[in-house]
Design a protein around this ligand. Structure first.
Ligand code: DX5
Ligand code: ZN
Length: 228
């Protein structure tokens, strides 16, 4: 859809349900359900069984979502060699692609971010709970989104780690001091209570899997995060 168009700013509160918690037998219908419930973006968790200890889905799944629905696709690559696979995710319809900064991802971070932007996608950079904020600083002028993981990535349904909020605060402070404009996204264990904590620290993009797709009423769940 709006690939490469900066429709949202970091002053917008953006709710991104994670497809990982949806029924994989009906991804088109599940995405439509999220859109009808008020989702702003869809978050797509790609896991390769190497960078994280789980295997989820790849470009074909993203293409299926892209072809059946019109929503901004926020693709989170938890894979090694994201640079190698990048063209396939771009072709599948990604609007924003987030790669990890950790050395285990085995890529040249600056080159990968540049390749994402040259393809007219937005570029995100993620850091795990154990990774210090300083690790992402050299790249902050080159990104559209900083993803502060609030769980150790790999699985949905884990508990929010409040101790990483200092990195969200550091990201917001650095952005203001350097007149940058990246979004601050949190991912893992997000529901109304934890979204309030993360929002107070400076986050504006809230990824939520189990608390949205698993809720009795998804619209109420999304509204709860929006108003947190
Ligand atoms: C975790 C993934 C998350 C996951 C969040 O590795 O990156 O996006 O889907 O799931 P919940 O919201 O259930 O913690
Ligand atoms: Zn994710």
């Amino acid at each position: 859809m709006t690939r490469g168009v900066k429709k949202w700013t970091y002053q917008d509160r953006i709710i991104a349900p994670s497809l990982l918690a949806a029924d994989f037998g009906r991804v088109g219908a599940e995405t439509s359900r999220a859109i009808n419930a008020g989702a702003d973006w869809m978050h797509l968790d790609v896991m390769d069984g190497h960078f994280v200890d789980n295997i989820s889905f790849g470009p074909a799944m993203i293409q299926a979502v892209h072809e059946t629905n019109d929503i901004f696709l926020d693709v989170h690559l938890m894979i090694t060699r994201p640079d190698h696979y990048l063209p396939r995710f771009i072709a599948a319809g990604a609007d924003l692609i987030t790669v990890h900064v950790e050395p285990e991802a085995d890529h040249d971070v600056a080159s990968t971010l540049k390749a994402i932007r040259e393809a007219n996608c937005l570029a995100g950079l993620a850091l795990n709970p154990a990774t210090p904020f300083e690790t992402v600083v050299p790249f902050l002028a080159e990104i559209d989104l900083l993803l502060v993981m609030t769980v150790v990535p790999g699985f949905g349904g884990q508990s929010f780690m409040e101790e990483v909020m200092s990195k969200v605060e550091a990201g917001a402070k650095y952005r203001a001091e350097n007149k940058l404009d990246y979004h601050l996204e949190v991912d893992g264990g997000i529901g109304p209570e934890t979204a309030a904590i993360a929002g107070a620290a400076g986050a504006n993009v809230f990824v939520a899997g189990s608390s949205t797709f698993g809720a009795p009423d998804m619209a109420i769940a999304i509204q709860g995060i929006r108003e947190a």
